[in-house]
Design a protein around this ligand. Structure first.
Ligand code: ATP
Length: 439
């Protein structure tokens, strides 16, 4: 697939087919915000459900939580986010163009207008807000979901009695006032994360770091992200967060360059130590074996959902020729596709076809919720629309189904998204085919 204009094509398809819209679009937008439409939210939920299934529900050592976005401001003092630890270097030219200094090759003059830059400043990425009628309490929209987990460490230990090693997981929104939001949903100011904080004995961190690396690789395969475009990059000394002793970035070859998709970090016991110091609560674990209180060390697989959605879209985007015509389709894994199957009567003005098609639709929808009814336009148009949505199967009810050709009674045609080929199958078999494909 030629990378030329690929992003433009994906952004335009995402809008045309109801995946992603610009935030506040009718008011001219708000930079760095995006709204997911009906297909986009279905795709995103399918990704989140897959993650929750693999990282939480299929294991007995991970505890899920859903913590508040607004937190006591002391959390961010302890974590270092209000200090120098969570700033990006910014430069501004005389005409007011702002850039992240570490993203510029030439730090002397503005790439937009050629004017000289002012001195580099540190810009804190947290969104500050005021809480309460008097507005005298400062809070922040959380810039990562991780801290909600650390401050609940004691609650989870006391209420669940987990045995080390164990993890706490959450999916949720995070906010960063990015200096230059760009590249569609890749760098947004409001985004979502899926994070696990996995607590281990210090002596075992290497073993679990490798284990989580492998789980992340497995997740790449399960999402249908093109593994050939994913690169593991070891982050060296100075580029790592100060508390991390090892970090790997999983980078993806997006059309605009190879950039961070997810991160995996060994955070030592830094977070629990800091929150213990600042809160006065002992965030420790009682090791029954050695009869001592220990502060566990932490392995953190951190996955951005929006960057995952974009990598899935880039990996699925295809152009080919079918029956002499150019077409575009999204080759999603059936399990992640926002619509699993479309059901359609060949002609919408024939009540007997419509009634039979409704029957098939209702039966299938009981088994698989993400089923779509489509009787708009001619059948060719419907197929092209479903290709762009990435629907793996299109099921059409025609006169044969009604028994016009007696041996074809109660059979339907099923069209395969990837090959465009159609086969005729009994209704019961088609239902099984769809159910099996999404398992
Ligand atoms: P970058 O260097 O690209 O700014 P980061 O290293 O600051 O990213 P982390 O703090 O490691 O990112 O955040 C964990 C994950 O959250 C990232 O791997 C990414 O998937 C996601 N993420 C971070 N910032 C954004 C953003 N502005 N928009 C969308 N997703 C983001």
């Amino acid at each position: 697939m030629a990378e030329e204009n690929l992003m433009e094509k994906i952004v335009s398809l995402a809008k045309r087919r109801g995946f992603v819209f610009q935030g506040s679009e009718i008011y001219g937008g708000l930079a760095g915000t995006w709204d997911y439409g009906p297909r986009g939210v279905a795709l995103k939920n399918n990704i989140k459900n897959l993650w929750w299934q693999m990282f939480v529900d299929s294991r007995d050592d991970i505890y899920g939580v859903d913590t508040a976005i607004l937190m006591n401001e002391k959390v961010w003092e302890a974590s270092g986010h209000t200090g120098a630890g969570f700033t990006d270097p910014v430069v501004e030219c005389k005409k007011g163009h702002r850039f992240r200094a570490d993203h510029l090759e030439n730090k002397e003059e503005c790439p937009e207008c050629g004017e000289a830059f002012s001195e580099q400043k540190a810009f804190n990425l947290m969104f500050e807000t005021k809480v309460g009628a008097e507005g005298d309490t400062t809070s922040y929209l959380r810039p990562e979901t991780a801290q909600g987990i650390f401050v609940n460490f004691k609650n989870v230990v006391d209420s669940m009695n987990p045995k080390l090693p164990f993890g706490i997981a959450q999916i949720g929104k995070a906010f960063r006032n990015e200096i230059a939001p760009r590249d569609f949903i890749f760098r947004a100011r409001e985004f979502e994360q899926m994070e696990v904080e996995y607590f281990v004995k210090e002596s075992e961190w290497k073993k679990y770091f490798d284990e989580w690396k492998n789980i992340m690789i497995e997740f790449i395969q399960s999402t249908g992200i093109d593994a050939g475009k994913v690169h593991e990059v070891e982050i060296e000394g100075d580029d790592r967060a100060h508390y991390s002793k090892r970090t790997i970035d999983f980078e993806f070859a997006y059309p605009f360059g190879q950039k961070e998709l997810w991160g995996l970090a060994y955070r030592t016991n830094h977070d629990l130590v800091k929150h213990t110091e600042h809160s006065g609560e002992a965030l420790t674990y009682f090791d029954e074996e050695n009869k001592e209180h220990v502060t566990p060390h932490i392995i953190e697989p951190s996955l951005g959902i929006d960057r995952t959605v974009l990598a899935v879209l880039v990996s699925a985007y295809r152009e080919d020729e079918l029956g002499g015509e150019k077409r575009v389709y999204l080759a999603f894994k059936p399990s992640l596709a926002p619509v699993k199957a479309m059901v359609s009567p060949l002609l919408k003005n024939k009540p007997e076809l419509v009634a039979k098609a409704r029957e098939v639709y209702d039966t299938l929808k009981k088994e698989v919720p993400q089923i779509m009814w489509d009787d708009n336009g001619n059948i060719g148009k419907r197929y092209r629309r479903q290709d762009e949505i990435g629907t793996p199967f299109c099921i059409t009810i025609d006169f044969d189904t009604l028994g016009e050709v007696p041996e074809n009674k109660d059979t339907v045609t099923v069209r395969d998204r990837d090959t465009g080929e159609q086969e005729r199958l009994p209704i019961a078999e088609v239902i099984k085919k769809v159910v099996d494909a999404i398992k």
